[in-house]
Design a binder for this molecule. Sequence first.
Ligand SMILES: Nc1nc2c(ncn2[C@@H]2O[C@H](COP(=O)(O)OP(=O)(O)OP(=O)(O)O)[C@@H](O)[C@H]2O)c(=O)[nH]1
Ligand SMILES: [Mg+2]
Length: 296
Amino acid sequence: MTRCATVALVGRPNAGKSTLLNAILRMHLSIVTNKPQTTRKRVLGIHTEDDSQLIFLDTPGLLAPKYQMQKAMMGYVDESLDAADIICIIVDVKKAFERGTIIDPMWSDAIQKRKSPTILVLNKMDMLGVPKEAMVLMEQARLSGLFQQAIAISAKDNTFVEDLVALLRQLSPEAPFEYDSEIVSDQSERFFVAEFIREAIFKQFSEEIPYAADVMIAEFKEREGGKWYIAADIMVERENQKAILIGAKGGALKQVGEVSRATIEKHLGRPVYLELYVKVRNDWRNDRTQLASLGY
Ligand SMILES: Nc1nc2c(ncn2[C@@H]2O[C@H](COP(=O)(O)OP(=O)(O)OP(=O)(O)O)[C@@H](O)[C@H]2O)c(=O)[nH]1
Ligand SMILES: [Mg+2]
C-alpha cells in the first residue's frame, strides 16, 4: 500500500517556503532570494521515497494585494490550500517571537476554513539566540488548537527537515502515487528557465527593478547535438527601468545572462545559448492581458 499527499507550503513572504521545498527535494527547484515576494506562482515539487509520495505546492507569500499581479499571486495560494491534503504554515520564528504571538491573521482564517490537517513549521531556528524561546510559541500553537503538530526547523541549515518529511508521510492518506516516481515537477522547463532569469534579476538589483520585472520565454529550441537556444523577454514597466536593467554598455544585462545561464544549464544538464531582450510594457502588473501572456 502506498501513501500520497498534496502538501501546501504557505506563509508570509520571506518565511523560507521555497528554501524548505528545495531542502526537501535536495535541489534548486524553486527560486530563493533574500527579498520578499520572490515566488509569484505556484511551484510544484514532488518527493517520492519508498512507498510514499509528497506533492508539494510552494506558494507566494501572503499579503494584502495592491495590484492585479498580487491578486493573481493570492489566487495561487487559495487554490493550493484548496488542493492540499496537508497544510504547512511556515513561520519565520524570529519574527513571530518579536511579534509576541504565533497566531497570524494572514493565515489563521484561511486554515480554519479548511479541514485539512495543518502543521506549524517554525523556520529559521538558527536565527534564535536561545532556542528555548521557541517553546513559548510552540505552546501558543498547541493552545490555539489550529495545528495538528508543530515542528521547529532550519530549512537553510537542513536541520529537522527530514523529521518534517517523516511527519508528513505519517499524515498522508493511503492512496496510489499521482506521478511517476522519477518525476520532480509537472511544470515545464520553460517555466523554470523564466524563474531562474527572474531570480538573477532579483539578486542583482535592489528595490524597484525586481518588482517591476517579469520574464517571458520567447523561443525554446531543443537542438540535437548543439546548444539549446533560449530567447527570453524581460518585461519592465518604464523606459528608465529598461535602461537600468541593460546598464552601461549592456553590462548589467550581460551579468543577468551569465548568472541565469549557469543556473539554467545546471537545471537542464546541458549547455544553452541564452539571449535576453528587455521590453517596456506599461503598467503590466495591472493589465490582465499582459498578465495572461505572462502566465498569471
Ligand atoms: N537564517 C535562515 N535563513 C533562511 C532560512 N530559510 C530561508 N532563509 C532565508 O530567507 C530568505 C527567504 O527565503 P525564501 O525561501 O525565498 O522565502 P519564501 O518564503 O519562499 O519567500 P517568498 O517567495 O517571497 O514568499 C532567503 O534569504 C533564505 O536564504 C533558515 O532556516 N535560516
Ligand atoms: Mg518563495
